[in-house]
Design a protein around this ligand. Structure first.
Ligand SMILES: [Fe+2]
Length: 238
């Protein structure tokens, strides 16, 4: 799948980030509702993040990696490997190889997954043409309980240490909080918004802007509460 969205790349080049609402994303990825329902439902099958240095058990996830080669349309899925962030990018959990459960094959092949990969790559290629990309896909579920808020970004406002990041909302279930912040390197706020609704997303130039998400709490403390998000990252292959 190849998407042509030069205006998105231009906007990211100009402002450091952009936001795309669900209607616009659906228009760019013409796949059936049933495929989107399958994609979103896969967030109910994530596994506990066992590498939380704060001991937190509020985050579930799965991980996949891909290679994007110039002139080749689909992303090539890579052998499963751990996720690594330098401590400078993640003071809480960086500096170690972190193994997470792999993204299910059918989920990686889902047309919405492939479409979102194509969308982010258009922006990454627009900013840095002709690049071979190492791409990571993270499925996250952050759970919140009445006495225990969930922290979508326990490391605070940060760079991921990559070139381009897509953050896409899958579901906010019985949730309050969870605002996305975009700042410059001095911490000056450039934008603050709540990604809401299926496939509400933001695309960030990670070299230029930082991002973070405020804590989440249940709207109704007697019912389960969660925030399901997809994060895709493109990093120039070393
Ligand atoms: Fe991040």
């Amino acid at each position: 799948m190849s998407l042509t969205v030069p205006s998105l790349a231009d906007e990211v080049a100009e402002r450091g980030f952009t936001r795309l609402r669900p209607e616009a994303v659906r228009a760019l990825i013409p796949a059936p509702d049933a495929a989107l329902a399958d994609f979103a439902d896969s967030w109910s099958r994530l596994e506990m993040d066992g590498f939380m240095a704060d001991g937190g058990t509020y985050r579930r996830r799965r991980l996949a990696n891909f290679l994007a080669v110039p002139g080749e349309v689909p992303h090539r899925r890579g052998l499963h490997r751990p996720h690594f962030q330098a401590s400078v990018h993640n003071k809480l959990n960086g500096g170690v190889d972190r193994w997470f459960a792999p993204v299910e094959d059918a989920v990686a092949g889902n047309p919405f997954c492939q479409g979102l990969l194509a969308l982010g790559r258009e922006v990454a290629d627009g900013l840095h043409p002709g690049t071979t990309w190492f791409v990571e896909m993270h499925q996250f579920r952050v759970e919140a309980a009445s006495n225990s808020p969930g922290l979508p970004t326990p490391e605070g406002v940060h760079h991921d240490g990559v070139d381009v990041v897509v953050i896409a909302m899958l579901a906010r279930t019985n949730l309050q909080g969870g605002e996305t912040l975009v700042t410059d390197d001095d911490g000056t706020e450039l934008a603050r918004f709540t990604l809401d609704g299926l496939l509400d997303l933001t695309i960030l130039d990670d070299r230029r802007v930082m991002h973070g998400v405020t804590p989440v709490e249940p709207a109704d403390g007697t019912r389960p509460s969660s925030r399901d998000v997809l994060v895709l990252t493109w990093k120039k292959r070393a």
